[in-house]
Write a protein that binds this ligand. Structure first.
Ligand code: ZN
Length: 185
C-alpha cells in the first residue's frame, strides 16, 4: 500500500471535527486499507502518531506507536501500536507538563506546549471493542496531540508562550532541550 500525502496547516480538513466511525465500517476492506496506509505514512514521515484527518480522511481514527529502543524516545517505554477510534478524553489532573511538539502537518517547526499530565481515554479499538486507557507523562501529551487532530485542533493553538516556536534548525542550534523532550506526530 502506498503512503498517502500528509496535508498541512491551512487545509480545511485539519480544522473540522472529524466524523465518528460507524461500527459496520470496521469490517470493510476500505478500513483495513486505511489503517495500512496510515501506518505506512506515519513510518515514512517519521512520526510516532498519525490521525486520519492528516491524510485528508475526516474520520475519528488515530494510530500511536512509540518505537522501542529508539534513540529519540529512548527513555520512554516502547508502546505497541494502538488504534484509537471515536475517543473521548477526560483530564485526571490540573497539573500540566510541557514538551516541544512537532507535527507532520506543520513541518519544519516545533513549539512548546503545556498540557495536563494525566488523562483517561475511552475509545473503540479496530475490532469495535470498548476500551479505556489511562496515560500520563510523555504519553499523555502524545495522546492529546493526536486526539486534537480529530477535533480540528493543532498544537499551534495550544502554545501559550509564542516565543517558544522555532524552526527545527534553530531549535537544534539554540534550544537546550533534551531529545526526549520533543515529539513529532
Ligand atoms: Zn500532529
Amino acid at each position: 500500500m502506498p503512503a498517502r500525502k500528509v496535508i498541512r496547516m491551512g487545509h480545511p480538513t485539519l480544522r473540522n471535527v472529524a466524523a465518528k466511525v460507524e461500527l459496520n465500517y470496521l469490517t470493510t476492506p476500505e478500513f483495513k486499507e486505511l489503517l495500512i496506509d496510515m501506518y505506512d505514512t506515519m513510518k515514512i514521515e517519521g512520526g510516532i502518531g498519525i490521525a486520519a484527518p492528516q491524510i485528508n480522511v475526516p474520520l475519528q481514527i488515530t494510530l500511536i506507536e512509540l518505537p522501542e529502543n529508539n534513540d529519540r524516545y529512548g527513555d520512554m517505554s516502547g508502546t505497541p501500536l494502538m488504534i484509537i477510534i471515536n475517543p473521548e478524553i477526560q483530564y485526571l489532573t490540573d497539573e500540566k507538563q510541557g514538551f516541544w511538539e512537532g507535527c507532520l502537518s506543520v513541518p519544519g517547526i516545533r513549539g512548546f506546549v503545556e498540557r495536563p499530565k494525566k488523562v483517561q481515554i475511552d475509545y473503540l479499538n479496530e475490532h469495535g471493542e470498548v476500551k479505556q486507557i489511562i496515560v500520563e507523562d510523555f504519553l499523555a501529551t502524545v495522546f492529546q496531540h493526536e486526539l486534537d487532530h480529530l477535533f480540528g485542533k493543532l498544537y499551534i493553538d495550544r502554545i501559550t508562550d509564542t516565543t517558544k516556536i522555532s524552526y527545527n534548525e534553530e531549535f537544534s542550534q539554540f534550544v537546550n532541550a533534551r531529545a526526549d523532550d520533543t515529539l513529532e506526530e
